[in-house]
Design a protein around this ligand. Sequence first.
Ligand SMILES: [Zn+2]
Length: 244
Amino acid sequence: MQKYIIMGVQGSGKGTQAKLLQDDYELVHISVGDIFRWNVQNYTKLGARIKRMIAAGQLVPDDVVAEVVKSRLEQHDWNYGFVLDGFPRNHTQAEFFLESYDIDAVILIDVPDEVVSARILARRLCSACGLDYNLIYHRPSTPGICDVCQGRLVSRSDDTPEVVRARIDDYHTKTQPIIDLFRRKELVVVADGTRPALAVQQQIRDMLALDRPITAAAHTKNGSSGGALVMAPAGPSGTVMQLR
Ligand SMILES: [Zn+2]
């Protein structure tokens, strides 16, 4: 059984990396962001709570995140292990989590702030059908126009340089104490997230002594560069993305 935590700023490609591990090792990718999005889209009680908090400009409190992760892990559908994404949120949770689960490694996807910022600012979405584009990895064939429905491509309202800068700073402030703790426990492996997605995945597997080949056909259709698929999962509103 392999139990990993994956960490990286929004736009680092950690979702793609977790999915590649999931596919070849049958590890369950437990993504807090995906769980929240699912709950919002399916109008659950939790989804309503999350929506209210976002509408009020609040972040989902750490204890709610802990609750969600705990109940997800208690489903015990992870016979071969898991890749946990979006948790722990603070030092206390990290300590408690390490005591409860025997974590094998913490995978840190390292991407310089300016690279991540450029990736996020290159995101566009179709104002008509909601399809995601990225001017670095996944351009439309006609600039500004959706390939599928000819709708107009727009940026998310919260993808301005100032807001992105603030999100990245916030990420560092919150995660540094957790990363420090994991480092002291000698759990951290660092992957160079500026490289193409499959190269990043290979580096992760080498560091973790995982020797299965990457079977990634489904993941590379947008080209091999790092962030192409990272940007994909947000809904047209984009609001839930702030939870990451
Ligand atoms: Zn469209």
